[in-house]
Design a protein around this ligand. Structure first.
Ligand SMILES: Nc1ncnc2c1ncn2[C@@H]1O[C@H](COP(=O)(O)OP(=O)(O)OP(=O)(O)O)[C@@H](O)[C@H]1O
Length: 256
């Protein structure tokens, strides 16, 4: 199977802090892939380097066989990105935001209008299409961000924590959209801390810890007969507290 994403020795350092320590990430085309890891594992830094938002200090990354830093235009035409801390044009309405993004991507006006209407409908945002983005809720922002990332029909979609702050109904809508997207042969890669969600959605998992990939492959192989949560805890090694929190004062009350 062709790989949608392949990195080799990807490396990034911030001063003395090594954020990504030589990552070989592989995601086969058509996968619904989860990138998981504890806080500070290097997930966002890795995704930023693969999507061309951050220049690596070493190693390289390919998308659909195109080199991210040598062939940025070909890569950017193929990817959709929903980054962490999404910045949107707040003074545009949801519809205007999509039309603007589509025109920037070079899609003819009539076609952008058709796609924008379809996506607003699908994301349950048709009623808020003419409302300014600044007045959108967190979940609505995620949905319009995802619509903008899908508008040009990318072959690989990168999502950093797409379900954070999203209510269960909207999460269900996002899930259905993403499932339909991968069913058509496209690839989704998303970072998440929610193991149940990754276990439910993904057929491929990469686990990061301390800037390294510590496990990677089909979900069943990474789980290896355990729940993904258990596998994750064993792989990244939870804190050794002997079963307690060590906070002997927590919950203590002086009796009057
Ligand atoms: N701009 C920056 N300057 C300095 N250090 C940074 C910067 N960005 C990230 N780091 C450091 O790099 C490491 C990896 O961070 P990163 O945000 O990639 O982790 P993450 O896995 O996405 O974490 P989380 O799950 O908490 O979002 C962390 O130790 C972080 O402090």
């Amino acid at each position: 199977m062709k790989d949608a994403v392949r990195t080799s020795g990807l490396f990034k350092r911030y001063g003395p802090q090594i954020a990504v320590a030589g990552v070989d990430l592989v995601v086969p085309a058509g996968s619904f892939a989860g990138l998981v890891g504890p806080n500070g594992a290097g997930k966002t830094t890795t995704l930023s380097m693969i999507t061309g938002l951050l220049r690596p200090d070493g190693g390289h990354a390919e998308i659909d066989g195109f080199h991210v830093w040598r062939d940025p235009v070909a890569v950017k035409a193929r990817i959709g990105v929903l980054p962490e801390g999404l910045r949107l044009f707040e003074r545009l309405s949801g519809r205007e935001l999509l039309l603007y993004n589509g025109r920037l991507r070079g899609i003819p006006k009539a076609e952008v209008e058709r796609r924008a209407t379809d996506l607003l409908q699908l994301m349950d945002l048709a009623g808020a299409a003419d409302k300014l983005v600044v007045d959108y809720s967190t979940g609505m922002r995620k949905k319009i961000g995802l619509a903008a990332a899908l508008l040009h029909n990318p072959s690989v979609l990168f999502l950093d924590e797409p379900f954070e702050g999203v209510d269960p109904v909207s999460a269900n809508t996002l899930t259905e959209v993403l499932r339909a997207f991968t069913a058509s042969g496209s690839t989704v890669i998303f970072s998440s801390h929610v193991m149940d969600l990754v276990e439910r959605l993904c057929d491929w998992v990469s686990v990061m810890n301390g800037g390294h990939i510590v496990a990677q492959g089909p979900l069943e192989r990474v789980r290896d007969g355990r729940s993904l949560n258990q596998a994750f805890l064993e792989l990244v090694g939870g804190p050794q507290t002997g079963g307690g929190t060590g906070l002997t004062w927590l919950g203590q009350r002086d009796t009057p």
